[in-house]
Design a protein around this ligand. Structure first.
Ligand code: ADP
Length: 504
């Protein structure tokens, strides 16, 4: 059974129950009110009759038996009421009931209005059938002046009106119930249709997504802020993320294959040369270089992919950055030498700072920055490195060079995966990077709750500053909301929820 039918049936069922309960209550109240009104009329008239009865006790005025006298015969002419006065005792003795007097409408009728009630000692009301008509009878004993019961007055009124009114109310209630149920089913169907329609739309959209590769499907956004509205928003949000992730994957694969094509073409070319002219040293070296380059690239890509899926755990512990920077600094000349570069290295500031971090990862950060500085700085240039605290909250590692610099436009994108500025490609056609070094730097800095600042001017040089919370201020600075964000990369391959944290 569909949700729509269930909602309608529940709706109709509940409404029917409410109408029936309401009808029973109204019915009961009307019936009780009319009967009360009849009873009080009977009670009033019976007291009036009893007030006009005079009982003469045995022996008074020389009589031999108790006599009952009616002071006013008019009391038997009450319109709409039938009256009988029965004597049931003579002094102390019970006797066969004698009808002493009755109203004119009962002339010739000698049976009691309610025979069972003649013996009653207290006033009471009973319902009887009289000539096939419903009657309400009040039986009320009357007594001597001394309180001795002599007989009863029976007075009755038709309760046909009660039946007529209750029958009328009943038929109205039944019609109202039927109409109510029909209307509630129709309304229930309409309301449930409106309520369920967005779910049907979501189902249709999800079906479309599951049968095609079109992830641009969205549901109308003008939805009310209710459960369905929130479901619609969550669905749209989920689709947006899926589309983003899918786009990221597609671009990633495209970029990766593009980047792999260059070394593969170079290897292919060198192999052709070897095939034609025999193996020569430079071709073999070129193949080796390209193979190393591809290996490095694949390793970097794998690491970033694992980072994206949270597959890498990094041990964090108190780390002396000054010692780490000094260790790295000592390796710089060898790095430059390996690339045949004539550069000067300076350790400008090396102040004691401690962070919560990982030695290997932070070493990778410094190394990537310095390798870039070496790559993009012409001979005779100066590369300087510093480490120092800022505002007693942050540790700063600063790597500056006097190299080719980065344009403002490229600055926006250098942290994107596979991004390489044209400028640097033109200057250094032999450079062996794949545009992943800074993406890795950014990811490591993110994991250390840090940020990156870059200042650069084309042809003047660049300065990269890595800012990591100091160990003693760690908790304090993480709470801080006044952190200045200097640079926000567009990170085209960021597929985790940490899009904000890739701010560098
Ligand atoms: P790559 O492997 O190409 O060095 P990176 O992600 O490390 O990749 O850097 C991305 C790009 O940023 C580089 O290709 C270069 O254009 C630019 N870049 C990075 N560091 C510097 C620098 N110190 N000076 C000039 N340009 C730089």
């Amino acid at each position: 059974m569909s949700i729509r039918t269930k909602i309608s049936l529940w709706y109709a069922g509940l409404l029917t129950l409410i109408i029936i309960a309401f009808s029973i209550a109204v019915f009961g109240v009307i019936q009780a009110t009319i009967i009360n009104s009849i009873d009080s009329g009977l009670a009033r008239s019976s007291s009036n009759i009893i007030r006009n009865i005079r009982v003469i006790p045995l022996g008074e005025f020389g009589t031999l038996e108790t006599s009952v006298i009616f002071r006013n015969e008019e009391i038997f002419r009450v319109p709409g009421l039938s009256v009988q006065v029965w004597q049931t005792r003579d002094g102390e003795n019970t006797m066969d009931p004698i009808l002493l007097q009755s109203s004119f409408d009962l002339t010739g009728f000698t049976r009691p209005l309610d025979a069972n009630a003649l013996a009653s000692e207290r006033p009471n009301f009973t319902d009887v059938e009289f000539n096939n008509m419903p009657e309400r009878v009040m039986t009320r004993p009357f007594t001597t002046a001394g309180g001795q019961k002599i007989g009863v007055v029976q007075i009755s009124s038709s309760t046909l009106i009660v039946e007529q009114v209750t029958d009328g109310v009943l038929s109205i209630m039944i019609s109202a119930t039927v109409i109510g149920v029909v209307v509630s089913i129709v309304l229930g169907m309409m309301v449930s249709y409106r309520a369920v329609r967005p779910i049907q739309e979501i189902t249709a959209a999800a079906t479309k997504v599951s049968t095609t590769t079109d992830l641009s499907t969205r549901l109308p956004n003008n939805v009310p802020d209710d459960e369905i509205g929130r479901l619609t928003k969550v669905f749209n949000h989920m689709m947006a993320r899926l589309e983003h992730i899918f786009g990221v994957q597609q671009r990633f694969v495209a970029d990766l294959s593009h980047e792999l094509r260059t070394p593969l073409t170079a290897i292919q070319g060198n192999l052709d040369i070897i095939k034609r002219f025999g193996a020569d040293e430079s071709s073999i070296q070129a193949i080796q270089d390209e193979t190393q380059r591809m290996t490095r690239m694949v390793n970097e890509v794998l690491m970033l992919a694992r980072a994206d899926y949270g597959d890498i755990t990094i041990d964090m512990y108190p780390l002396d950055l000054d010692a780490l920077v000094e260790d790295c600094y000592n390796t710089f000349p060898a790095l430059a030498h390996a690339r045949n570069r004539d550069l000067t290295f300076e350790l400008v500031r090396n102040e004691a700072v401690q962070i919560n971090g990982n030695y290997e990862r932070m070493q990778q950060v410094v190394s990537n920055l310095v390798v870039n500085a070496i790559k993009f700085t012409a001979d005779k240039g100066i590369i300087s490195i510093s480490v120092y605290p800022r505002n007693e909250q942050t540790a700063v590692i600063e790597v500056s060079d006097t190299g080719i610099g980065i344009s403002a436009e490229d600055l926006e994108r250098i942290f994107d995966r596979f991004y390489q500025a044209d400028h640097s490609r033109r200057h250094f056609t032999d450079h062996d990077g794949a545009g992943l070094g800074l993406s890795i730097v950014k990811w490591i800095v993110d994991t250390h709750n840090g940020t990156i600042e870059v200042e650069s001017k084309p042809d003047e040089g660049s300065t990269f500053k890595i800012l990591i919370p100091l160990l003693k201020e760690n908790v304090e600075s993480q709470k801080s909301t006044t952190e200045v964000i200097h640079y926000q990369s567009t990170a085209p391959y960021a597929v985790t929820d940490n899009d904000v944290s890739i701010t560098s």
